[in-house]
Every structure is written in C-alpha cells, then in structure tokens.
Write a protein that binds this ligand. Structure first.
Ligand code: IMP
Ligand code: MG
Length: 339
C-alpha cells in the first residue's frame, strides 16, 4: 500500500525526523506529509547541517518529493517561513486550507497558564490553545486566511487522492509518541491531540485503506521533557550528563534537559497494537554498551544484546513487526538496515 507512516513509540523525541529523512532519501516518495503542531521538533543532520524542523516535513531531503501540511497541522507562520528559507523547499510546499494558524494570543494564553506550563509541562507554543478554539468552534485563522501562505494552499485531500489513483507513494510523519497521546497515553500528562497512525491518516485527509508500512520509532531508553511517568528514572548526575551531551537529549523546541528512564516494554507492545506497527526503527543504539558498528561490522554484546532480545519480544506481538532500521549516530548514513 502506498502510504508509509512514522509514529513515535515513547514520549516523543524518538528520532522520527531522522527516520523520516532516511526513508525519504532512500525511497524518494512522491509526497512527504506532516501533521500536528510546532511543539514537536524533529531534528535532522543532513549534509553537515542541523535542521530542527517544527513544521516542514522531514522528507525535504529528497528533492523530487513534494511536501504537504495536512488539515491537522497547526502553524506558527513566522516559524514556518524560517523553515522554508532554511530548507529552500518552498517551491515544493503544499498546505491544506484548513490547517490552523496559531496566533500570538494562543501562545500567550498557553504561556500564561500556570497549570499548563507547570503541572502539564507544556512546550508553550500555543498548540493546545488553538486546538481548544477549534473544538469550541471559535473564530480562527486558517491557512486559507493567511495572505503570506496563500500561494501554498491547495485542496490536500483531493490532490493526494488523485495522486494515489495514479500510483503515487507517500510518507506520513506524525508527532510526539504513544505516552503523550491525548486518547491512548498517560492522561493528563499528554499533548492536546492523539498521536497514533490512524489519526495521522485522518488529519492528512487519507482513508484507512492506503496505509502501508507503519514504522514505530523507539530509543533503547525513554526520555521525557515534561512531567509524568518514567520507569526507573535515572538520577545519577554523571550518567545523565552523558545522555545530555553524547546523546543530545535536550528538548529541541523547549531547550529543557530531558529526563531519562529505562525502556518500557509494556508501552512498546501497546504502540505495536494501537498503530498496527509493521516495522521497528531504533535510534540512539550507540548509547548502549556493547553495540559496535565499526567498519560495517555489527556486533551486539552486553546491554545491546539484551536490548535486541527485548526487540524480539516486541516482534512476537501481532501484527508481528520486523526490526527494520537501527540508527547509531545522528547522520543519515549512520543507519543499519535489517529488513
Ligand atoms: P504540549 O503539547 O506542548 O502542551 O505539551 C504537553 C506535554 O507533552 C509536555 O509534557 C511536553 O513536554 C510534551 N511534549 C509535547 N510535544 C512534545 C514533543 O514533540 N516531544 C517531546 N515531548 C513533547
Ligand atoms: Mg522532538
């Protein structure tokens, strides 16, 4: 089926941006689609540059790929314009008329809400406030109402479905992860939207029949920038330092140091079921002791071997995903392809 989907299996920041860019560079999809808000920063190391994208789809690295923002996208216009300049991909960008503009009043409302910023640990972009206005059917600005975005606006569901009829292939990049889903996550320590594959399809204007491979992205450990549950949270300063430096575990939008905990098998199994995951993509494998990727040779001993055993348990759960990609560094070439 023509639409591959990338979802997060933990608390966001699993490396969806990198996996999306890797798949786009490899498969050269016709369309790379993103939904969700700018609270999600997807970081891509590409050709000696670091791209922290809050809105532009990670598939920009494939020059033949058109970039699409669906109706379930929430846009801070100035931020998007900066990313258009950074990626130089404005001529390939298409925005759904019903993507919502996050206005300064939304951002101010969220940042001024002590409960949202404190108890929930919101990133403070205003996404939640804009979602609330949409649910309340209040007056909102959509992409179609924004003169600066007008040239990108097209009927996305019509365009994508016509393209599907002609055999186009698409990559759909979601945001956040299982633990942060407003529907299936650890409420109230969640974001303002659902973060699972079927919702991403709906937010793009795609029906369920076209879902292809569903990639769930995991790290061998869990990080969380906000409050909420983290299994066996790491408290050792020296160990944490290594994650924050070598592992780059610092919030890409929030700048906060990420909390670190152990891999949560129960969450991973839920991710597989709820998203009908067919492929596992593991990032940050180089943070484990015993993972050796030197000169094309790979060997897993100690911690890394134990983690591969954990992955085998995930693969035993319906619909029996395969371990597909293992990333061991930030660069797009630092990926081991297994299936
Ligand atoms: P909000 O969605 O910005 O209101 O944040 C709600 C919770 O989700 C907070 O704990 C945030 O830190 C977390 N969160 C939201 N977006 C992301 C993300 O992209 N990565 C990691 N955590 C996120
Ligand atoms: Mg992130």
């Amino acid at each position: 089926m023509p639409v591959d989907i990338v979802v997060g299996g933990q608390a966001g920041d699993e490396g969806k941006g990198k996996i999306t860019a890797y798949l786009a560079a490899k498969n050269g999809y016709d369309y790379s689609i993103r939904v969700g808000g700018p609270n999600a920063g997807h970081t891509i190391f590409y050709k000696d540059r670091i791209y922290t994208l809050k809105t532009m789809p990670g598939g920009f690295v494939s020059r033949r790929t058109k970039l699409v923002l669906g109706a379930g996208t929430y846009i801070i216009t100035g931020w998007l314009e900066k990313e258009i300049a950074l990626t130089g991909a404005g001529d390939r960008l298409i925005i759904d008329p019903h993507a919502v503009i996050i206005e300064p009043r939304h951002t101010a409302a969220e940042r001024g809400d002590a409960r949202m910023m404190g108890k929930i640990g919101s990133v403070g972009t205003g996404l939640g406030a804009a979602v609330r206005d949409r649910v309340d059917r209040k007056k909102l600005r959509f992409a179609k109402d924004e003169p600066r975005l007008k040239k990108y606006v097209k009927d996305v569901p019509e365009l994508l479905n016509k393209a599907l009829a002609k055999g186009s292939r698409m990559l759909l990049e979601g945001t956040q992860g299982m633990k942060l889903s407003n529907l299936h996550g650890e409420y109230p320590y969640v974001t303002s939207r659902d973060t699972t594959a079927s919702t991403f399809m709906g937010e793009a204007g795609l029906g369920p029949k076209y879902a292809g491979e569903v990639y769930a992205v995991f790290k061998p450990y869990v990080t969380r920038v906000g409050p909420g549950f983290v299994a066996r949270e790491m408290t050792d300063r020296n160990k944490l330092d290594r994650y924050h430096t070598a592992g780059r575990e610092v919030g890409s939008v929030s700048g906060r140091l990420r909390r670190v905990g152990e891999f949560e098998l129960d969450v991973a199994l839920r991710t597989v079921r709820i998203n009908s995951v067919t492929r596992l993509a593991i990032t940050h494998m180089d943070m484990l002791d015993g993972a050796d990727f030197g000169r094309g040779v790979r060997s897993f001993t100690g911690e890394a071997k134990r983690f591969m055993g954990t992955l085998a348990r995930i693969c035993a759960v319906y619909p029996y995903p395969k371990v597909s990609l293992i990333s061991y560094g930030p660069g797009l070439e630092e990926v081991l392809e297994l299936a």
